[in-house]
Design a binder for this molecule. Structure first.
Ligand code: SF4
Length: 175
């Protein structure tokens, strides 16, 4: 288990979701766990949101202009804390992790296709990336990143692992 992957903590079975539940992935816990060291991270807990907590969502005017606000309380804006934590994570883990597995559809962890809403609560008809994931990807553009849901596709899974092993080799050469 020499290779470490960052991972959305709820996928490992940690009860860190807004409703106090988890999103345990059998694939992660039964398979990936045997071959990789997994480093679970929950950005929403890390920025100080409690468990349970009010759900949050992407709110904005386009797929290039959005933030993260409380689903019920629009005055609760956690965009900046998630960006700041994303930058800190990128800086802290860039050398130590060789890939990152993200929880799909999350306004924090989703890699893509996360629904954006109008301030009035209606869907905008556009989508973006979760704010933590977006910041991580922008700050570590070469880091292999994939959503857990897509790892069930053998082609995407193989592609991800090839990138992880290649990145890990490069990291070792740089040490
Ligand atoms: Fe935490 Fe991300 Fe899982 Fe949401 S998707 S509970 S922010 S790890």
């Amino acid at each position: 288990k020499e290779i470490t992957l960052g991972i959305s903590a709820c996928l490992t079975g940690q009860k860190v979701r807004y409703n106090g539940e988890h999103k345990r992935s059998g694939f992660v816990v039964n398979n990936l766990n045997r071959f990789f060291h997994l480093k679970p991270v929950c950005p929403e807990v890390e920025i100080g949101l409690g468990i349970p907590r009010e759900p949050i969502r992407l709110v904005g005017t386009s797929d290039e202009d959005y933030g993260v606000k409380g689903s019920d309380d629009q005055t609760k804006d956690v965009t900046e804390p998630l960006i700041e934590f994303g930058k800190q994570t990128a800086h802290a883990l860039e050398r130590d992790i060789s890939g990152y597995i993200l929880m799909q559809k999350s306004p924090s962890c989703g890699m893509e296709r996360v629904k954006i809403y109008h301030e009035n609560g209606n869907p905008l008809g556009a989508s973006g990336a979760g704010m933590f994931a977006k910041t991580l990807m922008e700050n570590c553009p070469l880091l292999p990143v994939e959503e857990e849901g897509r790892l069930h596709d053998p082609v995407l899974r193989d592609n991800f692992f090839v990138r992880v092993y290649a990145w890990s080799r490069w990291q070792n050469e740089m040490r």
